[in-house]
Design a protein around this ligand. Sequence first.
Ligand code: ASP
Length: 431
Amino acid sequence: MFYYSARPPKEIMSTTRRAFLSRSAILAASVAGSAAAQTPNPHPNPDAPLTFQPPRRPVIITRETLDNSVTEAYALLEQGADTLEAAIHVCQAREDDPSDHSVGLGGLPNEDGIVELDASVMHGPTRRAGSVAALTNIRHAAKLADTVMRRTAHVMIVGNGAEKFAVAEGFEPENLLTDDARKIWLLWKEHGIGWWGPGIDSPDWKPPVATPPGAIPQAALPSMLQLPRHPTREHLPAVEARMRFLSDRAGRMGIPARLRAEAALQVLWPTTGTIHVSALNTKGEMSGATSTSGLAWKIPGRVGDSPIIGAGCYTDQDIGSAGATGNGEENIKIAGAHTIVDLMRRGATPKEAGLETLRRLARNYNNDMTRLRYLDMIYYILRKDGAYASVSLWSTRGTGEQKKFVVHDGTLRTEPCDYLFEGTTQSIHPF
Ligand code: ASP
């Protein structure tokens, strides 16, 4: 039984609900991931009636960060800090970490070797939003998005304009391309492939053909798309051969030994990654923030989903907050974060809303698993009453381990993501 805070007209509500519930029932039976246990939730059970009562303790939901920022942000919330301040705090720790090649300083650059950042924020209590895209030379992209929101009459500022605005607002410009990231880029420049089409959604796209291990000409580019990215035992020699080839080239280019394997992996399977944080306090106030350097080796000026309000980040103070990491182009096409929040508005639990949104992504491909294998998406979802979920298109990481997300509601922990499809995307490396 679901309750609604903002009730649609009766007939619309019943049709929508019926359709939603019957779709859910059918899909629940067919989706591998639906068997995964509902995440244990010390807050109101996600399947319980939606009352929108604020939780007794603050809640933060995000990706694994391997730093103290979530604990610190939680302490900030306990001390009465604003939910957006807490969310940005977690983003900034990633933006400051040069070894994190997916965000801020140390992010992998575009195909010209320039780091371009995307970020957005939504502040529930004031129902405002800010964002920056294709931002250069300023590491704290999430804070800058917040500054756009607070200091201007705009929502989104991009490119040179964003950098100029940042400097005018006292942000320190700096080169975001670290020496390690530059070396990895140089190796990619010589041996990798980029993002020119056909894209996976193109009728001209063809699945990559696995080159037999014995038939790799040394001179051939170890092309990302020639390699089976979900290698079976039979393919492993081909993967190893490409890794050896690239590590050897890396050595000849002066890339230090400690970096060679990582550089080779980044050429074959370019890093993707984003930090999204949704935060909720005991007053029921909530905010979301998302920050990323986007897809490694992207075409200059490419903007992903992270700075798009409603795609990479969306917060509705009445309902909940959501954000994403994964193939941004796919998420933009389904307005992922907004779709999730809107489904929760209609009574879906965080998990149901996330899985239904992933189904829309799959629907854009007519559920063609050959293409969907090359995509991935994870959503982080927090409802106003403290119920939460994280859902993923694919269940496991390259290592075969189930994907996890981070929750702090007084206890910091990781929990397994729910998922739509069992298995691993081929867009990440198998190590
Ligand atoms: N969503 C990001 C983008 O498309 C990348 C990622 O999260 O992996 O720019």
